[in-house]
Design a protein around this ligand. Structure first.
Ligand SMILES: Nc1ncnc2c1ncn2[C@@H]1O[C@H](COP(=O)(O)OP(=O)(O)OP(=O)(O)O)[C@@H](O)[C@H]1O
Ligand SMILES: [Mg+2]
Length: 304
């Protein structure tokens, strides 16, 4: 059966000074149209690499990504990307960064005034309308990230690819944009692949949370289905047992991946945890680190 978006046995190796480095191996996943999938895993496991392959920015070494039956070989306007490092064109104002994308997608179909209103609407959505004429070097990292999100949403893409889109934002802005993203995704029926390090964010937004094992040779270790009805309210879900069950499963996976294990024929295991993960653990790990934890995932079971 053909799925809308398919990761078909994706493997990716990089040539390095020390030889070939296998970042990803055998990553397979079938994504439905309109589905919201989060990718979660420790720093350096290969999340951005995987997203870049789906974006058409990097070729897979083996296998590939297939959208509507066609292999992805290059970037396309139906797939908008929000990058981890808020990649704006430095020579264009915040307004022009969004306008360029809007013209590329809607030019010839919408008139100038309409496109202007649409650019401003999307900048308002991320609370950047007041800084529309500023250059990227004149705004903060979080503001650049918000322009990147506005640019992505303004394209009304079929597939939204987001690499830690809310990582650099304060808690209130983050919550507001998460809610906007859920509303926009529902309206457009867009398919979203989002990388995040934030477990609560993953559970709140996703239909499925795909967890990657540690690299090298990272692959899918487990998948959590989030069967919570939409629209979702973060306040109501805070006490919801199903929400907390999903959250707990993801935390268990991440904590298990921190424990060094003998590599008995499986992927080599690493115990290096980046600062963000340590920060996440401080906030959420007390519960997960308690004695008598639920059985830990080995991280090796394929669940694609
Ligand atoms: N061009 C490259 N050449 C060599 N190695 C690379 C290259 N790009 C990525 N890697 C390596 O591949 C692995 C996966 O990198 P990637 O950026 O995908 O990780 P990530 O999961 O996105 O990490 P983070 O959460 O820190 O953003 C890392 O070990 C990284 O060093
Ligand atoms: Mg990354």
């Amino acid at each position: 059966m053909n799925s809308y978006l398919e990761f078909s046995r994706i493997g990716k190796s990089f040539g390095t000074d020390d030889g070939v480095f296998e970042a990803l191996t055998d990553v397979s996943l079938a994504v439905d149209q309109g589905e919201f999938v989060s990718l979660i895993g420790h720093s350096g496991c290969g999340k951005s690499t995987l997203l870049n392959i789906v974006a058409g920015l990097e070729p897979a070494t083996t296998g590939g990504a297939i959208l509507e039956g066609r292999e992805i070989r290059e970037p396309g306007p139906e797939r908008a990307v929000v990058f981890q490092n808020h990649a704006l064109m430095p020579w264009l104002s915040c307004y022009d960064n969004v306008a360029l994308a809007v013209k590329a997608v809607f030019g010839g179909r919408r008139d100038k005034a309409d496109m202007h209103d649409w650019v401003m609407h999307n900048l308002e959505l991320v609370e950047m309308a007041h800084a529309a004429q500023r250059m990227p070097h004149e705004v903060s990292g979080g503001m650049k990230q918000r322009v990147g999100i506005a640019r992505c949403l303004a394209m009304e893409p079929k597939v939204v690819l987001m690499d830690e889109p809310f990582g650099a934002l304060d808690a209130l802005t983050r919550a507001k944009l998460q809610d906007s993203l859920m509303a926009i995704q529902a309206r457009l029926e867009a398919t979203v692949i989002m990388i995040t390090h934030d477990v609560d964010e993953a559970v709140l937004l996703s239909d499925r949370i795909v967890m990657l094992t540690n690299g090298p040779s990272a692959t899918i270790g487990d998948v959590v289905h989030v069967d919570l009805p939409r629209p979702r309210s973060r306040l109501e879900l805070a006490e919801d047992p199903a929400f907390n069950h999903c959250r707990r499963r993801v935390l268990d996976f991440l904590y298990a991946a921190r424990v060094p294990e003998p590599a008995a024929g499986g992927a080599p295991w690493r115990d290096d945890v980046g600062p963000r993960e340590a920060a996440d653990a401080d906030g959420a790990g007390r519960e997960a680190a308690a004695p008598g934890d639920a059985p830990r995932h080995s991280g090796r079971d394929r669940a694609a």
